[in-house]
Design a protein around this ligand. Structure first.
Ligand code: NCD
Ligand code: ZN
Length: 423
């Protein structure tokens, strides 16, 4: 028996916000009351001045398993997830080999279950080997447990194939998610096209590389009537295009990463490979646009795009190093910063971190409710902590936030009725 005492609970789905105690018996929430008397031999978790929220759901992570487990694996990725307050993650299929066969989908699910720290769900590739030519066997992959389809890391450049993919995924009750980038416009760019790229002499990557693909996908979605999800949206114009498509009634959804909500291309000034990411960090106007779009619902949810890379890979020249940064442990402090700056309230934060992404992938959102298994996160919104090699639980430590202090720390994460993380 566990009693979580004196926490400030927030559950948007059940319209609950306030100070409550929670009693958990055999993993199941059996009482939520203003004050619950402790029993003999029951564990008390003191949540005074902490927030108790349904745990978070990240629909875009790279756990590099199978094949690149020197960067991350399903165990270390799960550790980072629960330390970030997440209990559901969707792994990207850009592994080695590509997740384009049912047996590989089952591998990810089984390993995730064996680790048992959180719900690890796979997405599958849209095209075989992510080569952009031949569609995968989507129905078989869905049956094996793939929650959606994406060639993430790469766009689907061929519009006819994208249209077929949308139609096929939509017809089996799933959807495609696109890494929107016109590679011909990207032209091997490294930094967002603008002053910083010019001053540093880095190959520029213009935002229209993203915008044109977002527009194409929105148009295809309108024409086919099928859903499409925009991965890691980052530019102002892309946000405006999604707003237009939604107004047209298109089944378009979009996610934004914490780093695109928080960091600008200024991070690149020391030619830091840890600040190289796809899409690139942009400027303040873009950040503002994504923040307002998240608060107004144009952007549906936050997804970290947690993209671990090994130290030796990030030691390469900035032109050559792989793009990406780890993110699972920083989403909460970054979102809390937006709450403090009044872009969002706490309820909206929980919606974009938990409720909305759950609905997007068709799973039951975590709820703090009598009869439910305990699946929530207790965090201290004011605790400050330093991002460093020790506090990052991922195998890889690639983030421009290294050495910086963040405010907001996960203290406990409950999954499947049990504590899976304790600070
Ligand atoms: C991702 C990766 O490393 O797999 N990198 C990144 O910069 N985001 C791929 C991706 O999500 O595009
Ligand atoms: Zn991507």
């Amino acid at each position: 028996m566990v009693i979580v005492k004196n926490g400030y609970m927030i559950d948007p789905l059940n319209n609950l916000e306030g100070k409550f105690d929670i009693l958990i018996e055999n993993g199941v929430i059996t009482k939520i009351e203003e004050s619950i008397q402790p029993f003999p031999r029951c564990e008390i978790i003191d949540a005074t001045e902490k927030i108790v929220s349904p745990s978070f759901v990240d629909i875009h992570v790279h756990f590099r398993d199978p094949g690149q487990t020197y960067k991350e694996d399903i165990y270390t990725g799960s550790l980072a997830a629960v330390a970030g307050g997440y209990t559901t993650v969707v792994c990207m299929p850009n592994t080695t080999p590509t997740l384009d066969e049912a047996s590989l989908i089952r591998y990810v699910i089984e390993k995730g279950e064996k680790v048992g720290l959180c719900r690890v769900l796979p997405s599958a590739a849209i095209t075989k080997g992510r080569k952009g030519r031949e569609l995968t066997e989507m129905a078989l992959l869905k049956e094996a447990g793939a929650v959606y389809f994406t060639d993430d890391g790469l766009p689907v450049m061929d519009s006819f194939i994208m249209r077929k993919a949308m139609e096929y995924a939509g017809s089996i009750g799933s959807f495609v998610a696109d890494h929107c980038e016109d590679l011909s416009l990207s032209n091997n760019g490294v930094a967002h096209e603008g002053e910083i790229a010019a001053v540093l002499g880095l190959p520029p990557l213009p935002p229209e590389s993203e915008d044109t693909m977002v527009a194409r996908d929105c148009i295809l979605s309108i024409q086919t009537g099928m859903p499409v999800h925009i991965c890691h949206i980052s530019s102002k114009l892309s946000v405006e295009i999604v707003a237009w498509a939604k107004a047209m009634g298109a089944k378009v959804t979009a996610e934004v990463t914490p780093h695109h909500l928080y960091l600008t291309d200024d991070e690149l000034t020391e030619f830091s490979c840890n600040a190289k990411v796809s899409p690139p960090l942009r400027n303040y106007e873009d950040i503002e646009a994504t923040r307002w779009a998240l608060s107004s619902g144009i952007i549906d949810c936050v997804a970290t795009d947690h993209a671990p890379h090994a130290h030796h890979e990030k030691m390469m020249d900035i032109h050559l190093c792989p793009p990406g940064m780890v993110g699972l442990q920083f989403a909460l402090p970054i979102l809390l910063e937006l709450v403090k700056k009044d872009y969002l309230d706490l309820k909206k934060m929980v919606e974009v971190m938990s409720t909305n992404p759950s609905k997007l992938i068709g799973i039951k959102p975590p709820q703090i409710k009598v009869g439910e298994k305990a699946e929530f996160t207790i965090f201290d919104p004011f605790e400050s902590w330093e991002v460093n090699e020790e506090t990052i639980l991922s195998k890889s430590k690639n983030t421009p936030l290294l050495g910086r202090k963040l405010i907001g720390k996960v203290k406990y994460t409950f999954y499947n009725g049990k504590v899976v993380y304790r600070d």
